[in-house]
Design a protein around this ligand. Structure first.
Ligand SMILES: Nc1ncnc2c1ncn2[C@@H]1O[C@H](COP(=O)(O)OP(=O)(O)OP(=O)(O)O)[C@@H](O)[C@H]1O
Ligand SMILES: [Mg+2]
Length: 290
């Protein structure tokens, strides 16, 4: 099937009303003006996106707008098409059949579960890969400092822990001052403590740079912790699209959303406790599904 209109430059004024409305609601929680969009940055606009592999339709007419500065978590069962959607928005699926319109900022950073560092380049040179221009080295050093790795510039990737390698991958994206960060389960291979630290780091980075974010996760609690808005992908379409109640909202509101998401994913909220013989006790583990 021919692939049409993969990238367009649709002006905000040409957006359908529903999209414009979502854009209005796009301020990051608790950040006010700091995360308002920059001039010329319309965020991410997806219109009637479809993707197929052979006979299998994976995405079926997906419409989505991510406002500048908005942190969107994408959930869905394994195989529901989350990575397919992310790859399409990163323009990493040029060989995949489909249709639809995608408008994304040119300055993007993509994070995967593994850091994808080049083993034959030192840390600083890996980060410099993301930078252009005469001040590339200075910006690469600044990005490394931002993720807490100042002093490790000359290390080889194999000398770093998994969490440190993910920090370098984040720094490699930050040197471009990205307007859009796409992350496909970036912390799922990390131990619980490192994962918490990386979540905090990502939130700090997002406060500072205010990019639109598409964050794929299997962990409902991680989604609610990080995101302003949560969507669920099911049978090729978005089956749920909700703003996350702010931190100071009634705790019951967040819990209601959590249960709604778990139900949407086909997981009984207390199934994990029953399975572990821990009924009635609070979970110490992330609430994941597959
Ligand atoms: N290159 C490919 N060729 C054929 N089928 C593919 C290809 N990539 C993905 N698929 C299929 O498309 C469907 C969606 O895959 P995708 O990787 O987007 O799912 P996902 O939601 O990210 O799953 P997971 O949570 O397990 O990562 C799956 O059934 C997968 O087998
Ligand atoms: Mg995936």
């Amino acid at each position: 099937m021919a692939v049409i209109d993969r990238v367009t430059a649709t002006p905000a004024s040409a957006l359908p009303p529903a999209v414009a409305d979502i854009a209005e609601r796009g301020e990051r929680r608790g950040q006010g003006e700091a995360c308002a969009g920059r001039a010329g940055d319309d965020g991410v606009i997806v219109q009637r996106l479809s993707r197929r592999y052979g006979d299998r339709l994976i995405l079926e007419g997906v419409d989505l707008h991510i406002a500048p500065g908005q942190f969107l978590a994408l959930l869905g069962r394994s195989g529901s098409g989350k990575s397919t959607l992310l790859r399409a928005l990163a323009h990493l699926d040029q060989d995949t059949a489909g249709a639809g319109r995608i408008t994304v900022p040119a300055r993007r950073a993509v994070l995967f579960q593994d850091s994808r560092l080049l083993p034959w380049l030192r840390v600083l040179d890996n980060v410099k890969l993301g930078a252009l221009g005469p001040d590339a080295e200075a910006r690469a050093r600044a990005a490394l400092a931002e993720v807490g790795l100042a002093g490790r510039e000359r290390a080889w990737p194999r000398m770093l822990s998994g969490g440190e390698q993910q920090r370098v991958a984040l720094a490699r994206g930050l040197v471009r001052d990205p307007r859009f960060i796409l992350a496909d389960e970036p912390f799922s291979a990390l131990d619980a403590l490192t994962r918490l630290r990386m979540q905090q780091l990502l939130l700090q980075v997002c406060e500072r740079h205010a990019p639109a974010v598409l964050f794929v996760t299997h962990d409902v609690d991680e989604a609610l912790l990080l995101a302003d808005r949560v969507i669920v992908l099911e049978s090729g379409r978005l089956s749920l699209d909700r703003l996350v109640p702010t931190d100071d909202a009634d705790a019951g509101e967040r819990e209601a959303l959590r249960i709604r998401i778990l139900n949407q994913l086909g997981v009984a909220p207390d199934a994990k406790h029953r399975a572990a013989g821990r009924q009635g006790k609070p979970s110490l583990q992330p609430t994941t599904f597959s």
